[in-house]
Ligand binder design. Structure first.
Ligand code: HEM
Length: 441
């Protein structure tokens, strides 16, 4: 048993460790676990994080009740003070119930067809264009889908204004700024934090206008109207209009880049292996050209392929939990208040969870029902990703359009690396592609 207050060994230096983890979140955790053991301590800006990839501990922590966690307030300033990710306990659960309907049923009210139309339009626009990183396409696509799904925004002008303001929030420099409070100084519109603050205000104004329009509408096309009206009447500020704006921003931020990076990796894995592509085409071609969204999302190989992309390339490589209670991990007795990092990187490559974990093999999700239980791309328990259903639906519908309608040529000279980009992980090059209309077989 360890000395009181002692933490497991681990790498030294916050910024070098963060930089190394950012460059290779899967390999770095594997190296540190081999060198220091599991658990190890990873220094993060502002606090040490005790990291584990042990499936039993991960399961134990993820299934703890709501009161067992406190908030880790790191890099979340920009989300807004009421943001779901800054709430804990029963308040967090209440707000999850309030906003859940915005994303829980991705196919409602023709939304499935809208996702297909958006995907088709973006892919068609890329035909005949010079080589382009797939991530550019998938980011535009996922931003439009999420604004349509959550805020019912479809007007091209508003979408453009939103994309510009939102892009400024995600500039390269902003990653460090979000994580290091000492750098968050507003020295006017040209200073880095000043620019971020003003971009955030512009985004907020667009969100506020969309919420107001939905709240005033008598004919409803989705759940935002009733939620906006209830928020306008709420006496508890955590369920009020300002809070709803923060929740909507949180949904957009959590759901946009993550799904875009997952789709970019899906393009790489789909088109870099002829056998996998042939299987996807064999499953999808009979349903084309009028793909029924309800049918597409239930196709078994497409489902297995998307799950394998999310296993092999963890978009959120680590899930944090600040524990309100002591815990024992691998002989280390850790006090209440310890921040635990559940390493998705380690869990998804554990030989105890997956046969041949370093191979990309979608079939594992068809053959082995245990694989599903071991994969945690969307976390779990009371903070499980609220948009998991939307993300998977979106991936499947967009990929179905691309697979049935287009030929994709991969142009990277060497395979992209998986690294942290925009606070989620994705392929270094963004996956360079040329897209052409599909030739008949
Ligand atoms: C491939 C895409 C995505 C991946 C890999 C992903 C992954 C994750 C992960 C790992 C978490 C942390 C879960 C935990 O702490 O247990 C999370 C949380 C969250 N995600 Fe996602 N996500 C994706 C897409 C989306 C989408 C499309 C939305 C919304 C439209 C969304 C909304 C959220 C929200 C709101 C949370 C915070 C939940 C809470 O704290 O209660 N995500 N996501």
């Amino acid at each position: 048993m360890n000395r009181a207050g002692a933490l497991p060994p681990g790498p030294r230096g916050t910024l070098p460790s963060l930089a190394r983890f950012a460059r290779d979140p899967v390999g770095t955790h594997a190296d540190w676990a081999a060198r220091y053991g599991d658990p190890f301590t990873q220094p993060m800006p502002g606090f040490p994080m005790v990291v584990t990839g042990r499936p039993d501990v991960i399961r134990r922590v993820l299934t703890l009740p709501p009161g067992a966690f406190g908030v880790i307030d790191a890099g979340t300033e920009v989300m807004g003070r009421f943001s779901l990710i800054r709430l804990d306990g029963t308040t967090h659960q209440t707000v999850r119930r309030q906003v859940g309907p915005l994303v829980m049923d991705p196919l409602r009210h023709g939304n499935g067809q809208a996702i297909q139309e958006i995907a088709r339009r973006h892919f068609a626009a890329a035909v005949g264009q010079p080589p382009t990183p797939a991530i550019g396409l998938t980011k535009r696509l996922t931003l439009e889908v999420i604004l349509r799904s959550v805020l019912a925004l479809a007007d091209a002008n508003t979408l453009d204004r939103f994309a510009v303001a939102y892009g400024a929030l995600q500039s390269k420099a902003s990653f460090l700024l979000h994580f290091v409070p000492a750098l968050q100084i507003d020295l006017g519109p040209w200073s880095p934090w000043g620019r971020i603050k003003r971009a955030r205000q512009q985004v907020d104004a667009i969100i506020a206008a969309a919420i107001e329009t939905a709240g005033a509408a008598t004919k409803l096309s989705g759940p935002l109207g009733p939620i906006a009206r209830a928020a306008a009447e709420a006496s508890d500020p955590v369920l009020g209009i300002e809070s709803l704006r923060h929740q909507v921003f949180t949904l957009l931020s959590a759901g946009h880049a993550s799904t875009a990076q997952a789709l970019a990796w899906a393009v790489h894995h789909g088109w870099s292996d002829g056998t996998i592509l042939a299987r996807l085409q064999a499953e999808l071609d009979p349903t084309a050209p009028d793909l029924d969204p309800g049918q597409v999302i239930r196709l078994p190989y497409l489902d297995a392929f998307c799950r394998e992309v999310l296993r092999f390339r963890p978009i959120g490589p680590m899930i944090g939990r600040k524990l309100n209670q002591p815990i024992e991990i691998g002989g280390w007795s850790l006090p209440a208040g310890t921040v635990i990092g559940l390493s998705v990187s380690l869990a998804h490559r554990a030989a105890t969870g997956f046969a041949e974990p370093d191979a990309f093999r979608p079939e594992r999700f068809l053959e082995d029902c245990e694989a599903q239980a071991h994969a945690i791309p969307f976390g779990g328990g009371v903070r499980h990703c609220l948009g998991a259903n939307l993300a998977l639906t979106e991936m499947k519908l967009a990929l179905a359009e691309l697979i049935t309608g287009y030929d994709v040529t991969l142009l990277d000279r060497s395979p992209p690396q998986h690294r942290l980009i925009d606070a989620v992980a994705g392929p270094t090059s963004g996956v360079m592609v040329r897209i052409t209309a599909r030739k008949a077989a």
